[in-house]
Design a protein around this ligand. Structure first.
Ligand code: ADP
Ligand code: MG
Length: 323
């Protein structure tokens, strides 16, 4: 049983950033308005995610760590019709299989909170404890029981950089949640949670980018787009600044990337890439989703239509840039 968990965990949990991704997505799914992510040594020795969300009732705590236990169960087809990020019910089981986990949680109706410890998939304790509403999840010493996997971890600073990038992407995709990131006791990021995309661009990317933005708004029956694109003067040498989110998920689509880059082409030097920060809301009938435990591939029923819509939206924002 434990061996199976350890092997299966490899599909989901590769490094500290994968743990943080799952925990932060769970916190967002729990309707939190504020979440704090704290890591030490790049997350290899310590990861703590604290949220003010709905909490887990005591009797459900051990169950949440069983594989394929999800309170969000649904079919793969409606993955994009529902609002939650989690869907497989494997994350907690996978994390607990390869680290030392401590969970403290309290629901709004629970009289006391619950503290649960589980290490290498073995339950250590379950007790009542005073706690604020919400959930604190600590994962210590990732891969302590799988030395072969631990060897593949990079240096703490590289692992920490992966975590930072992941936290940024999730903060950008959820401007309605205030996200704080603390690395080695230093504050690295703190978003306001006020829904305002421009504020969050300022917080994450700084003033130069935030003061060179063009607004994009498209409202069509099946697709809407809102957000900002950067003026060509803030072009970058790589694609890391091309951000877009589809129904709240950070996901890549070659059609969307191509449409954005083609629209910029008349304004751009070669090997330069734009800054974009676009949120797409797309009807699920328009999507064709292929799901694998660690990656998602997105296709459109009518790719040409999506291409033209994005191309048009970006082109016309760029054409009006002097207004
Ligand atoms: P999934 O997110 O795919 O449902 P997980 O293994 O990530 O599966 O989590 C299992 C279950 O534990 C979730 O469905 C949810 O009910 C509960 N859970 C996990 N994290 C939290 C949290 N931060 N707040 C409230 N409930 C949580
Ligand atoms: Mg989850």
């Amino acid at each position: 049983q434990n061996t199976i968990n350890k092997i299966a965990a490899g599909e989901v949990i590769e490094r500290p950033a994968s743990v943080v991704k799952e925990l932060l997505e769970n916190a967002i799914d729990a309707k939190s308005t504020a979440v704090t992510v704290e890591i030490k040594e790049g997350g290899t020795s310590f990861i703590r995610v604290t949220d003010n969300g709905c909490g887990i009732p005591k009797e459900e705590v051990p169950l949440a760590f069983l594989r394929h236990s999800t309170s969000k169960i649904k079919s793969v087809e409606d993955l994009f019709t529902i609002s939650s990020l989690g869907f497989r019910g494997e994350a907690l089981a996978s994390i607990a299989a390869v680290s030392q986990v401590e969970l403290i949680t309290k629901t709004s109706i629970g009289l006391t909170g619950t503290r649960f410890q589980i290490e290498g998939g073995e339950e250590r304790s379950l007790e009542e404890i005073g706690a604020p509403e919400g959930t604190t999840f600590i994962a210590r010493n990732l891969f302590y029981n799988t030395p072969a996997r631990k060897k593949f971890l990079k240096t703490p600073s590289t692992e920490g950089a992966h975590v930072a990038e992941l936290v940024e992407k999730l903060a950008l995709s959820h401007p309605e949640v205030s996200i704080r990131f603390i690395q080695n006791n230093q504050n690295k990021l703190h978003t306001s949670g006020n829904h305002n995309l421009k504020d969050i661009v300022y917080t994450v990317f700084g003033r130069e980018i935030a003061s060179n933005l063009l607004e994009v708004t498209v409202n069509k029956p099946q697709v809407s787009i809102h957000g900002y694109i950067g003026k060509p003067v803030i072009a970058r040498g790589n694609r890391n600044y091309e951000n877009y989110f589809i129904n709240g998920r950070y996901i890549k689509s070659s059609i969307i990337s191509r449409a954005i880059e083609e629209a910029y082409r008349p304004f751009m030097m070669q090997h330069k890439y734009p800054f974009t920060m676009l949120h797409f809301t797309i009807e699920s009938e328009m999507l064709d989703v292929n799901v694998h435990p660690t990656k998602m591939e997105l296709r459109f029923r009518d790719g040409e239509m999506v291409y033209h819509m994005v191309y048009q939206a970006v082109s016309s924002a760029l054409a009006h840039k002097e207004l």
